[in-house]
Write a protein that binds this ligand. Structure first.
Ligand SMILES: NC(=O)c1ccc[n+]([C@@H]2O[C@H](COP(=O)([O-])OP(=O)(O)OC[C@H]3O[C@@H](n4cnc5c(N)ncnc54)[C@H](O)[C@@H]3O)[C@@H](O)[C@H]2O)c1
Length: 270
């Protein structure tokens, strides 16, 4: 196959992005739209949805928004048939919705533990479960469907300020790998890969900063920690992660499943 014939374009692909009104989610919707995908954005709230849909339409994408709390099975049950009837069967799922909450293990409340596990683990599993139901019915003439799950550097290496978050992101990493094997063994033609960003300049980075302030660091020290932790000496940008997600969504990554795409400015290379 010539390089020109590889499938970096996503024409006609139907892509669902969760947590689409956050930093990485919004950038991902735009990157997928720019690649020609039909984009279904979703989030637990709808603040800012008009601006997002306007930008996606400017990029020429057919798009829609659904309010979807990834932890609520009933929400998934309600929106999946709507996606199928309005757009057709799902080709791409970006399991992006996630939360960061700081808490030391010795004093973590059940509520803290539960919220992290519900959104970051159970939400990802529900997404996969509902996506499989559609993806396995796609025509065998199509390239494999693609699921992309947002893990983190916190799913690869330890950090003293993120034990509980790391637990969830480590779970996503191995869920993605095992799901890749399960899908292949079942003959479903669905790829599954995880993405591992460093610290990215989004609202979530603000939460991470708060966690660091609880260690007694001032604002300048926190900024320096977040910058200097990356050998490339800067934080990442949401669109840099979105381009990697678009690669995993596209046929340019056709032979990748059960893999990890690390985009961390070198954080985990040491
Ligand atoms: N920003 C970072 O430094 C960083 C680093 C590594 C991994 N990640 C991961 O990337 C993903 C996106 O992070 P971000 O930086 O864009 O965060 P963000 O806080 O900017 O956006 C997260 C979005 O998820 C949504 N969300 C939260 N709970 C939800 C739920 N129950 N159902 C549906 N949507 C829900 C929020 O409303 C928000 O729009 C997350 O999974 C995060 O863990 C982020």
């Amino acid at each position: 196959m010539s390089v020109q014939n590889t499938g970096s374009r996503l024409e006609e692909r139907v892509a669902l992005v969760t947590g689409a009104l956050g930093g990485i989610g919004e950038a991902t919707c735009k990157a997928l739209a720019a690649g020609g995908a039909r984009v279904i954005a979703s989030d637990a709230h709808a603040n800012g949805v008009d601006d997002l849909l306007a930008s996606l339409r400017t990029l020429g994408a057919s798009c829609a928004f659904f309010e979807l709390d990834v932890t609520k099975r009933g929400h998934w049950e309600a929106i999946m048939p709507k996606i199928e009837s309005e757009f057709g069967l799902l080709d791409v799922l970006v399991n992006n919705a996630g939360i960061y909450r700081f808490g030391k293990v010795e004093s973590a409340s059940d509520e803290l533990l539960e919220s992290l596990m519900q959104v970051n683990i159970r939400g990802v599993v529900l997404g996969a479960q509902f996506a499989i139901a559609q993806m396995k019915r796609r025509s065998p003439d199509l390239p494999w469907a693609s699921m992309i799950h947002l893990s983190s550097i916190a799913g690869l290496v330890g950090s003293p300020t993120s034990s509980l978050y790391s637990m969830t992101k480590g779970a996503v990493r191995l869920f993605s790998k095992s799901l890749a094997l399960e899908m292949a063994q079942l003959g479903y033609r669905i790829r599954s890969n995880s993405v591992h960003p460093g610290i990215i300049d989004t609202d979530m980075a603000g939460e991470v900063a708060q966690a660091l302030s609880s260690k007694g660091l001032d604002a300048d020290q926190i900024r320096e920690h977040m910058r200097a932790g990356h050998p490339m000496a800067r934080m990442g940008q949401a669109d840099e992660i979105a381009r990697g997600i678009r690669f995993l969504a596209s046929d340019d990554s056709a032979f990748m499943t059960g893999a990890e795409l690390v985009m961390d400015g070198g954080w985990t290379a040491r």
